[in-house]
Each structure stands twice: as C-alpha cells, then as structure tokens.
Design a protein around this ligand. Structure first.
Ligand code: SD4
Length: 335
C-alpha cells in the first residue's frame, strides 16, 4: 500500500469519529491540512483552493478561489447567485477576506454582483477601508470592472413569494445541508467560511453568504464583520462561523475562538468554549437555532463544534486527501 493510500485511509472513519467526538486530532506532519470549510459544499470549494496552492498561489488566492465556487455555480444556485432574497425581494451579499498580516476587506449588502469575496479582496487591496456597504459597494465593484448580474433566480423568487404568504421569519437549523436537492442547491444555499494554511505556514480566510433568507432589508449578519463571522491571527490560527449570525455577533464569536487559541486552547476546545458561552448567555432564546464554529490552528489542527447536530465541514490536505465530517454538538436533536 502506498503511503498516499494509507494516509487517505487514516482520514477515513477513524478520523471522522475522532473529530466528531470533539477531540481535535493533531495534523499529520507529513500531509498537513491545506483548507477547511463549512458544510458539505465546502469540499468542492476546498478543491479549488488547493488547486491555487498547487499553482503557487498564496493562501489569500486559495481562499478567494474556494469561496468563488459556491458563489457562482448556477447549477447549484448556491451562495451568491441564486441566494434567497430579503423580505423585499432583494438578494444582498455579505463577504469578508483576511490574511495573517492585518489585511481585511469586506462588503455588506452588496447587490447585483456575483463574486462578493472578490469585491471584498478589492476593498482590501485597492481602498484605504476595510468594509463597504450597499450601493457604494456595488458601485465600487462595477468601477473595478465587475459585471452587473441579476442575482434573484426564478426559483428563489418563487420561494420568496411563497414565504410572503405567511411572512414568518424563523431560521431553519442546518438548512444548508437539507434536502431536497444536492448540497448547495437553492434549498440549502448559505454561508461558506473557508480557512487555508500554506505549506510555509502562512494563513488566510474568507467567508461569503447571501445571509439569512427573508431577512429585513438592510440586515447585515456576522459574516462580513471581522471578529464575528471570521477572524485570523498570525501564529495563532483562524476561525469562521455559520448559522444565525446575530447569535455570533453578540459574542464576537470568531474573535473569541481565536483568543481562546491564543490562550492555549486547542481549536476544538476553543470552538466548544464559544458555543457553550452562547448557550449560557442566551438560554431559551437559542432554542432550535444553529450556530457552528470551525477553526484551523497555525499548527494545522482543526476544530469544529455547533449548538445542534447537523453542522458539517470539509477538510482537505495538501496531498489532496479530502473528506466531509460531522461536527459534534452541545445539544441533541433540534430542541
Ligand atoms: C448570517 N451567518 O447571515 C450567516 C448565515 C449562515 O449558514 O451562516 N448560514 O447570519
């Protein structure tokens, strides 16, 4: 058996059980983790990110390339194009990208442009700012040569019109992975958080989403806010969140996860601490709501934990070995 195959089998059920049980596994020294990302559709995103690494791209190039996959895929009507609109019928996108040298770029409430993560990168690289919102973000993207695209698909518009009949706003736990449709279809589009680590130890991270379906016009979630939906610190690690953004923002969730790692907790223990903090803080108010954290340490260790079962994440190593794993959770079935 080649070493590659034995490594792959080491990433099989045993690893899933170990990670799923909440004990973060030390990264393989000979085949370190390259990319991790949220939900089942993270696997395809990770493959695109790894391809950038292989083409000598930076960690920043890798996370941008990865995030663009679910943003654009018209077949799966994923994050970005085909996202569910706000309650007034507008698809608005939130995205952020960060490197480990203090680089931050983000957009919130972006309309009519598919690749929010690339606009975020342009904010980081071409402006003196870290966050552009709404009309100004769209104008900036178009000025930078991005194409104007109608993001509301017929399918998403139909779902919105159906929603308007009751207009009850109640986020559904784990909608990202639910049937009908393949992962990333219009029924389970949502946030991707993607964290990458190059073989030289450099790291970058990105997060992109159409936010909560049928949100209020103007609502911004955790995703584009540094320290809520995404955070990274050199020589410590990176974290991303997914689920009901308000619950993450209340505790500056990913800044908290990274702070815990800085203080010496493993990525797994850091994710668990943040989830438990939300539960203790919010009590019954978070009944039935999902929040998940995913973390990648600077040493390549991975952690993931959620309030409810059903949060999955994809791990891809520099060899190309890849798998999707279930995160352990604080509670049992959705309460
Ligand atoms: C938000 N956190 O806008 C995002 C949504 C999400 O998986 O992550 N869904 O609140």
């Amino acid at each position: 058996m080649s070493e590659g195959i034995s490594r792959r089998s080491a990433l099989g059920l045993g690893a899933a059980a170990a990670l799923g049980a909440g004990t973060a596994r030390a990264a393989g020294v000979d085949d370190p983790v390259a990319v991790v990302s949220t939900w089942d559709f993270g696997k395809a995103a990770n493959a695109a990110a790894l391809a950038r690494f292989k083409a000598r791209g930076s960690a920043l190039d890798a996370v941008e390339a990865g995030a663009r996959v679910p943003e654009a895929d018209p077949a799966n009507h994923s994050v970005g194009y085909g996202g569910y609109p706000d309650r007034d019928g507008h698809v608005t996108l939130d995205a952020i990208i960060m490197d480990d040298r203090g680089g931050v770029g983000a957009v919130a409430g972006l309309e009519d442009v598919v690749h929010a993560v690339s606009v975020a990168r342009l904010v980081m690289e071409k402006t003196p700012h870290t966050l552009l919102v709404g009309e100004g973000a769209t104008r900036f993207a178009l000025d930078q040569g991005m194409k104007r695209t109608k993001l509301l698909t017929l399918e998403a518009e139909t779902a919105w019109r159906e929603w308007l009949k009751t207009a009850r706003y109640r986020p559904v736990a784990n909608i990202e992975n639910q049937l009908p449709g393949p992962p990333g279809s219009s029924f389970n589009h949502d946030t991707i958080g993607i964290l990458a680590r190059g073989l030289d130890g450099s790291m970058a991270a990105a997060c992109t989403t159409s936010g909560m379906a049928f949100k209020m016009r103007g609502r911004v979630g955790d995703s584009p806010q540094a320290g809520s939906g995404l955070f990274i610190e050199k020589n410590v690690g990176a974290a991303a969140s997914t689920g009901v953004g308000e619950e993450v923002t209340r505790i500056a969730g990913t800044a908290r996860v990274v702070a815990s790692m800085r203080a010496g907790l493993s990525p797994q223990a850091a994710c668990e601490e943040a989830v438990k903090h939300i539960a203790a803080l919010r009590g019954d108010a978070i009944k039935g709501l999902q929040v998940g954290f995913l973390a990648l340490g600077h040493d390549g260790r991975v952690g993931a934990y959620a309030l409810l079962p059903g949060f999955t994440y994809a791990v891809t190593r520099h060899s190309g070995a890849a798998e999707t794993l279930p995160a352990a959770s604080l509670f049992g079935e959705p309460r």
